[in-house]
Design a protein around this ligand. Structure first.
Ligand SMILES: Nc1nc2c(ncn2[C@@H]2O[C@H](COP(=O)(O)OP(=O)(O)OP(=O)(O)O)[C@@H](O)[C@H]2O)c(=O)[nH]1
Ligand SMILES: [Mg+2]
Length: 324
């Protein structure tokens, strides 16, 4: 296979026609960022909007990938096509493979109705907050009706990425109530559906009671959820597939609620605004890097050092082309 750089529009046409390796290469382009990534975005945007985005998150090892794999099997039994993105905001590794996920999801590797891909930060500015929505848009544009995004971890960034789905599934395990590290408030905020996975272990009832209690205490009517939705709690054993049908029914019920109440539209509007703000911020950062070089920049730095110019005035001067 030639590694020569191919223009995004060629790859895009091939991906639309069902070529998975072209799709994988486009996702690498998005992961790298820069002008080519923007070109992909311009191609995807007009053709996207019909896919539905389901986010899955939870503590490391909660069983998200196994659950995703079981969910894929469930969807495939109805002949639904699905794309999966596994996102690891804390990992610098990329190249499309978080090994564990590959292994766990390899049951589906030869199924043309399933596309699985991992993405990592690669350390560039803006990173996954820019790349994730772009990747989702691409998968949507090439015709995937269901897009599942698995996010590893429960820190602020992870919860932020996971919470930007149309429906967000939060995966916990029995005994979750005892664990101190989990960002519980953040997870309560984004959950549309709770899953107690590893329900073959003891403590499921207690965990369910804990979750119910937390739901009783939380403000379910705030805008993110919309009035009238209380996140259901589903128990699963993802290694056997037990409970996965109920989980998917809960996702479908939430989708229907979101579509019929206007919640989905509100969420998507909110998401687009946030993304636009990210894009503008990233552009301004790039612009700053361009502006803060050269002779005048060096001079000003000297003058600030000598106390002949204050930093604010120096910044004003560097920003003059932007403010104009
Ligand atoms: N007993 C039991 N084990 C499970 C269940 N689901 C997953 N596991 C096991 O839990 C371990 C972690 O599963 P993963 O699916 O990799 O979990 P994950 O949340 O994707 O993990 P990270 O992506 O590393 O955060 C594996 O050894 C699974 O076999 C379950 O329902 N019951
Ligand atoms: Mg995983």
């Amino acid at each position: 296979m030639s590694r020569a750089r191919r223009p995004p529009d060629e790859l895009f046409a091939e991906a639309r026609a069902g070529d998975r390796s072209a799709l994988a290469r486009l996702l690498s382009v998005i992961e790298r960022g820069g002008p080519d990534a923007r070109a992909v975005g311009r191609l995807s945007h007009p053709l996207s909007g019909s896919g539905y985005l389901v986010g899955l998150t939870g503590a490391p090892g909660a069983g998200k990938s196994t659950l995703t794999s079981a969910t894929i099997a469930h969807l495939r039994s109805f002949d639904e096509e699905v794309a999966v993105l596994a996102i690891d905001p804390s990992s610098p590794f990329s190249g499309g493979a978080i090994l564990g996920d590959r292994v766990r999801m390899q049951d589906h590797a030869t199924d043309a109705g399933v596309f699985i891909r991992s993405m990592a930060t690669r350390g560039h500015l803006g990173g996954l907050t820019l790349a994730t929505p772009e990747a989702v848009r691409l998968l949507d544009a090439v015709g995937r009706k269901w897009i599942l995004v698995e996010t590893v971890g429960v820190g602020q960034v992870e919860v932020e990425i996971a919470g930007k789905a149309d429906t967000t599934v939060v995966v916990v395990n029995p005994g979750w109530g005892d664990s101190v590290q989990a960002n519980k408030a953040g997870l309560m905020e984004i959950a549309d559906v709770f899953v107690i996975n590893k329900a073959d272990r003891s403590g499921v009832d207690q965990t369910r009671r804990d979750l119910e209690q937390m739901l009783d205490l939380s403000d379910l009517d705030h805008d993110e959820h919309g009035a009238g939705w209380r996140p259901p709690i589903v128990a699963t054993v993802s290694t056997t597939g037990d409970g996965v049908a109920e989980l998917w029914d809960a996702v479908l019920a939430h989708r229907e609620h979101a579509e019929s109440t206007g919640l989905l539209e509100r969420r998507r509007t909110h998401r687009i605004r946030e993304e636009l703000r990210e894009i503008v911020t990233e552009r301004l950062r790039e612009r700053a890097r361009e502006l803060c070089t050269g002779e005048r920049w060096d001079e000003l730095a000297e003058q600030v050092l000598d106390h002949t110019v204050d930093p604010w005035s120096a910044a004003d001067e560097m920003l003059a082309p932007v403010d104009a």
